[in-house]
Design a protein around this ligand. Structure first.
Ligand code: CO
Length: 249
């Protein structure tokens, strides 16, 4: 069952999402050669605190940091540490905030300085895939319309889409029903209704869609160690156009 939220609940989720947008916007400025992923994590912790929120990730199933920082072949759930960014890297930063009992969740992948043409293309395919998915989050559509549009956008661009991780409903829990796969057949799945809040998050790979988990038990990397990009927004289904709650641009 996908919960339809009340206007009051949506306003609270909107506020949590506003925190996520603000943190992402500020972190983006620090993405440059020489900064360590741990420094980004500390900055995120401070920003979340200043905004009256806490990290939705820290302590979640034992996750040890405030944000996820996934560099290059890392797909998602990279743990911030001493690694320093270098020219040509791409980094996905995933931020989840908890504010007054409600959650917001978003991620974006950025270039570090000048990047290769293929990295640049991957970022544009990832960004486009998220937009293609969001455009389907309308009342009256089926859940897997989102999935299917993401998949066809990615595959027609010559990239692959990760199967192992999915998007999710979100609200008073970070992970609520439904799971939102980034692949599937249009017309399947439950009907979408105004008031459903969804975190849509395609992970797009340059090579194979297969992933492995590193020995730290969190970091997902591509099996072929080629590049991966991750984009996520929390979105509210309305009777009209979907409302992107975590927009920062
Ligand atoms: Co998420």
């Amino acid at each position: 069952m996908i919960k339809v939220k009340s206007a009051e609940e949506i306003e609270l989720i909107r506020r949590a999402c506003g925190v996520v947008s603000e943190v992402i916007k500020q972190l983006k400025v620090y993405v440059r050669t020489g900064i360590s992923t741990k420094q980004l994590d500390e900055l995120a912790k401070k920003l979340l605190r200043e905004l009256g929120a806490t990290s939705a990730f820290k302590g979640y199933r034992g996750y040890p940091a405030n944000i996820c920082t996934s560099v290059n072949e890392q797909v998602v759930h990279g743990i911030p540490g001493s690694r320093r960014l270098k020219e040509g890297d791409i980094i996905s930063i995933d931020v989840g905030a908890k504010l007054k009992g409600y959650f917001g969740d978003a991620a974006c992948t950025w270039p570090v300085g000048r990047i290769s043409q293929k990295a640049d293309k991957l970022l544009s395919v990832g960004r486009g895939a998220l937009a293609a998915g969001i455009a389907q989050a309308c009342e009256g559509n089926h859940l897997l319309d989102i999935s299917s549009h993401i998949q066809s956008y990615v595959e027609s661009s010559g990239c692959s889409v990760v199967r192992k991780f999915v998007g999710h409903g979100i609200g008073s829990q970070m992970h609520e029903e439904p799971e939102i796969p980034n692949f599937g057949k249009a017309g399947l799945g439950p009907l979408l209704k105004a008031g459903m809040v969804l975190a849509i998050e395609p992970m797009v790979n340059e090579g194979t869609f297969e992933v492995e988990i590193l020995k730290d038990k969190w970091t997902a990397v591509t099996k072929d160690r080629k590049l991966s990009a991750h984009f996520e927004h929390t979105v509210c289904v309305t009777k009209d156009k979907p409302e992107v709650l975590t927009a920062w641009e």
